[in-house]
Design a protein around this ligand. Structure first.
Ligand SMILES: O=C(O)CCC(=O)C(=O)O
Ligand SMILES: [Fe+2]
Length: 344
């Protein structure tokens, strides 16, 4: 696997402040093709041989530290799950605005339900969000559905099979995320089971997103504005239309072009904090210039909300002290969600 990193002598001149207060700098609003996001074949994470699992982990370590983004292939999830999810996404978004608003996210406090295309904001996208539900967790199979409004109410009534299909895919990604958490532990030179206690009831939100094609340039219009994700790591399943862009350390927007059958993995803020910046939570955005409707399906995996984001022992020392105050996963996620709501 070879990766070419774009270098530049001139400092970036454009600036932007993100919702979490972070300032970013970049050269131009136009994105470039570059080979900085590695493709990692993770087949061997399922191997019985610890050395084979560690070999994958070393590739993950390099990518998570250098750019915070990588593609995984041979991840073990049958492509029919993504195909079925995209079919449901097209069915859902094709409904009338009125119908979609029946399950609007404003009806609850949690990040569940329909997120309409907002006129006030620059973002040209609409989304439907759903979250962790122990009933559909293969590792908590005996649990029933929690009796809370946001889990019960915000499902479209006239789309039979919608919820079941989405949770089938969610369960597959949940299992992969738990497995990959072991790879991340090895990547941090920890015991493979180090994070097991953090992921019994994880924060695992998922969304389907629809981006209409845009005419305007990225300085006027974006599908999703520049941001970092909140949790530990994200899996993005893309359709065949390009649009996702990643801000490289050298200050260029790099296209994360769709690779059939792959999943894009990116490090998010909680993992960056817990690894004391060893893993980088990289800024990204979406611009749909594909000339077609684009659909994507992100899965946001975070540690269970009551767990403190304590520093990973291999990432702190007397000379490399923890940079962040220790908060629980839930406290951090709630703070980020509040910032996001204020920005709407
Ligand atoms: O649609 C994509 O490719 C990525 C979306 C994303 O970054 C997000 O929802 O946080
Ligand atoms: Fe994101």
């Amino acid at each position: 696997m070879s990766t070419t990193v774009v270098e530049t002598a001139t400092p970036p001149v454009l600036n932007l402040t993100l919702q979490n207060g972070q300032e970013i700098h970049y050269h131009s609003d136009t994105s470039i093709e570059a080979d900085e996001i590695p493709v990692i074949d993770i087949r061997e994470i399922y191997s019985d041989d610890l050395e084979a699992r560690k070999a994958v982990a070393e590739k993950v370590r390099e990518a998570a530290h250098r750019i915070g983004f990588f593609y995984i292939i041979n991840h073990g999830i049958d492509s029919r799950h993504a195909e079925n999810t995209f079919k449901q996404a097209k069915r859902f978004f094709a409904q009338s605005g009125e119908k979609k608003m029946e399950v609007c996210t404003d009806l609850v406090t949690e990040y569940f339900g329909y997120f309409p295309m907002s006129k006030a904001k620059k973002d040209l996208m609409e989304a439907y969000n759903w979250g962790y539900n122990p009933k559909f967790d293969p590792e908590n199979a005996n649990e029933s559905e929690p009796d809370v409004d946001y889990i019960k109410l915000l499902w479209p009534k006239d789309l039979p099979g919608f919820k079941e299909t989405l949770y089938e895919h969610h369960a597959q990604l949940l299992t992969l995320a738990r497995r990959l958490t072991k790879t991340f532990a090895l990547a941090l030179h920890l015991n493979e089971n180090y994070f097991d206690k953090y992921i019994k009831n994880p924060a695992a939100g998922m969304r389907i997103t629809h981006y209409p094609p845009q005419e305007a340039s990225p300085s006027e219009q974006l599908g999703i504005g520049a941001h970092t994700d909140f949790e530990c790591f994200t899996f993005v399943t893309q359709d065949e239309h390009a649009g996702l862009e990643v801000l490289s350390k050298s200050g260029y927007w790099i296209k994360a072009k769709p690779i059939p059958g792959s999943i894009v993995v990116n490090i998010a803020d909680c993992f960056m904090r817990q690894t004391n910046d060893f893993f980088v939570s990289t800024v990204h955005r979406v611009v749909n210039k594909a000339g077609a409707e684009r659909y994507s399906c992100p899965f946001f995996f975070g540690f269970q909300q009551d767990m403190k984001l304590e520093p990973v022992p291999t990432c702190v020392s007397d000379t490399n002290r923890m940079k962040y105050p220790i908060v629980s996963s839930g406290e951090y996620l709630r703070w980020r969600a509040e910032q996001a709501k204020k920005a709407i």
